[in-house]
Every structure is written in C-alpha cells, then in structure tokens.
Design a protein around this ligand. Structure first.
Ligand code: TPP
Ligand code: MG
Length: 413
C-alpha cells in the first residue's frame, strides 16, 4: 500500500503489507542455499566484513535428503543428537498438553514454541552451563536443557504456592535463578540491551560467562534492539545477539519491521560479525551458536545472528492466526519442521527409528501428565492455595518505598 502522492510525484511514505492474507495462496521465496555454500571463518579473528556473505546468505547443514555436510557440520555424536531430539520433543509435547489445560480452564494463558523448538534447545546446548540466558517467552525450552523439572515449570504456569516467583508473572514468563535463566519481560525487547550490559559486566570482572539473548522480528523494530547493537559494537562484550525471524509479530508481517530487507545484515552496519542461519536445522543452529560462543570466549566480542524460522502456532492462547494468515502457510515454509528434520537425519544415519520415536513420545507424554498431577498437589488455578497476598509487597525492594508500604497497610497484609 502506498501513501498519497504529492505534486512532486514522490511517494511520502509506504506501509509494507503481508504477501498473503486469508483466502490467498501462501507464498515464500524459494531457498537456493545448500550446505557447503558458506565457509566457516576462524571465530577468534573473524571481522564483520568476513561475514558479509553469511549475513545475506543462509547457513545450512542438513540437505533435502536429511544428510549433513559442509564446513559448518558440527560433528556431534549420535547421543548428543538424540538428546537434542528428546529435548525438542519434550518441549512440543509439554506445550501441547499445557495448551489443552488452558483450553479447559486449568491455565489462564499459554504460549507455545511450535515449529521453533530448535531455537532454544540447539542454541542452549551449544553454550556452557554458567552462561547467562536472556530469553523471550518463545525460549522456555532452554530450561529443559539446563535441567529444570516440569513440575516446577507447571507450578509457575498455575501460580500455586510452589511457584518460584509467587504469581508475580504471567504464565510462561518464567524466571529461574539456578539455571541462569533471566525473567522473561512482558514489554518486548528490554532483555536485549540488558543482556549486553550483563556481558559488559562479565568482561569487566573477567568471568568466563557469555550471555545469549533473543528478540523477535517484530520487537527488533524497537529502540532497545539498536541500543543493544550499538553498545555491543562499541564495547565488544561476550554476547550472542539473536533475532528470531519467525515471519510474524502477532498479526503483523515481519516486513513491517525491516521494510523488506534482511535482519542479519543490520549487524554489519554496527561492525558486528553477522550470520543468517536456518532455524529449523538443529545442526546448523548448534554450529553457528557454538562458533559465536567460541568467539565470545576468546575475547573476540559479539555475534549477531538471524534465526530464520516460522511460528507454526498462534501467537498465544489468545490469538487466532486464521484471521490474518493464509491457510497452508506452515506446510509451505521451505524450512520444514525442526523435529521431523532431526528425526529423519538420525534415521538416515542409522541411529534412530520410527518405533523408537513413538516410544519416546509416549514416555514423555506420560511424564508430562505425571508432572501435572504432582504440580496440582501444591494447588490449582481454580481453588488454590496460591502464594499469600503479602508477596505482592515483598522480595522486590530492598527498602520498601513509602507509597508501597502505604498500600500494604491499606490491604492489611
Ligand atoms: C513494548 C511492547 N509492545 C507491544 C507488546 C505487545 N506484544 C506482545 S508480543 C508482540 C509481538 C512480538 O512479535 P515478535 O517480536 O516477532 O516475537 P514473536 O512473538 O514472533 O516470537 C506484541 C506486539 C508488548 N508486550 N510490549
Ligand atoms: Mg516474530
């Protein structure tokens, strides 16, 4: 859609729209990138210029026949690949069950990672345990990698007495100190600049702690993204900055955030090595993140990554994507499905089977149901018990401000 033309014939503004809406044919640009197209530069000495092809291209390891090749092949063991497959399946099955709980009134709200499971799982697996994780609501999967129990996650989603953050956050806005998993922020984008600040602190203190953070394509249109890139560019802290381009920001198409250009290449303008990666290719995503971790650990500074993927589900339990997306878009996505692709790769190299996969799914589903049953022994949404009302006022301020104190006295808690 174009704005009114002035007398000079110059269009004063343009408002990009989605390429297809309901009732139209789902369209995606064809992917021409194949594994082996792009070299893997030395992480310690790589400059931003060395990554110009990586920022406009696409790092892939898995091909259409589910074989892995190219310089970015991470050479993970079959055990590690099976672990990744299990974590991704766990996240999908957990999400599926929790969404059903939400639909039957047992949870107030829910957000799934459907189609994007590789993002948090592969990328967190590529880190060290001590590294800081600054997620959005679309990376709860990092907690599975770090060993958080499903019972503890469900306690949070229900907001019962065992919720580790005592009902102070919306469901799925997890916070987990033991896993270095920083509280998910409802105002989108804030975590990006905070992550750079924490990475600057790590560098200052000389810790071997790298920070990883993610932002959505939509949220990358906010100032926080640019502040973060500028500070990262100037101070070169050990940080991994990911833009998860899943094509949609609720009902807004990703081209409204970029005007149609790509996300990865924006990092080049900030002199930060920048790479675009197939976000549904577990091996490519692991490999690129490991490379960024090596750079950060070697004192070579930040890496900017565009994770190219597709949000297969609605934005949240409050959303109905059939109102704004064409039918069949998920099937038309050139990157396929991350779980299916890793499963077929493992089968292709003789390390997995459909039978083992079904058994694993059944085992996980039973675990999720058992975890839910255990969680509700600590209280459910409808009848509690919930954290005491006094916790509205505690554990936030070292010294409680007078107006908060006044409100507490008014409530009598
Ligand atoms: C500062 C701010 N503006 C708007 C919102 C409402 N909101 C929540 S999520 C969202 C879309 C974000 O899309 P994107 O960044 O692409 O992430 P995705 O949901 O696709 O992972 C919006 C507009 C918000 N939470 N915070
Ligand atoms: Mg998005």
């Amino acid at each position: 859609m174009q704005g009114d033309e002035s007398d000079t014939g110059i269009e004063p503004y343009s408002v990009p729209t989605a390429p297809a809406r309901p009732g139209e044919q789902a369209v995606f640009e064809e992917w021409t990138a194949t594994p082996g197209d792009l070299s893997r530069p030395d992480p310690a000495t790589c400059t931003s210029d060395d990554t110009s092809e990586h920022a406009f291209g696409l790092v892939r390891v898995l091909d259409d026949e589910h074989q892995a090749s190219g310089e970015w092949h991470p050479e993970l063991s079959a055990d590690d690949l099976r672990t990744g497959l299990e974590f991704m399946s766990r996240l999908r099955i957990f999400d599926d069950r929790m969404m059903k709980m939400q639909r039957t009134g047992k949870l107030s709200f829910y957000m799934r990672s459907l189609g994007e499971e590789a993002v948090a799982i592969a990328q967190t697996m590529a880190l060290e345990e001590q590294d800081w994780v600054f997620p959005t609501y679309r990376q709860p999967g990092a907690q599975f990698v770090r060993g958080r129990s499903m019972v503890s996650m469900i306690n949070h989603c229900i907001g019962n007495v065992e919720d580790n953050i005592k009902g102070r956050q919306m469901p799925v806005h997890y916070s987990w100190r033991e896993g270095h998993f920083i509280s998910v922020s409802s105002p989108v984008g804030t975590q990006f600049s905070q992550a750079v600040g924490v990475a600057m602190a790590s560098a200052y203190k000389g810790d071997d702690q790298v920070t990883i953070t993610w932002i959505g394509d939509g949220a990358s249109a906010e100032g926080d993204y640019h502040y973060a890139l500028n500070f990262a560019s100037v101070f070169k802290p050990p940080v991994i900055l990911n833009v998860v381009n899943n094509q949609w920001a609720i009902s807004t198409h990703r081209n409204l955030a970029t005007g149609g250009s790509n996300f990865a290449s924006r990092g080049l303008a900030y002199n930060i090595p920048s790479i675009r990666v197939d976000g549904n290719d577990f091996l490519a995503l692991y490999s690129v993140t490991k490379w960024a971790r090596l750079r950060a650990g070697a004192g070579a500074g930040p890496t900017h990554i565009e994770v190219l993927t597709y949000r297969a589900a609605g934005h949240s339990s409050s959303d109905d994507p059939s109102r704004y997306r064409p039918e069949g878009e998920r099937e038309a996505w050139p990157g396929g499905d991350p779980i299916e692709r890793l499963k077929l790769h493992l089968i292709a190299i003789g390390e997995w089977s459909e039978e083992r996969h079904s058994e694993m799914e059944e085992r996980i589903d039973n675990e999720v149901m058992a975890a839910y049953k255990e969680a509700v022994t600590h209280g459910d949404l409808a009848s509690g018990p919930w954290p005491p009302a006094s916790t509205i006022f505690t554990e936030v301020y070292e010294e409680v401000p007078w107006h908060i104190q006044e409100q507490r006295e008014e409530l009598g808690k």
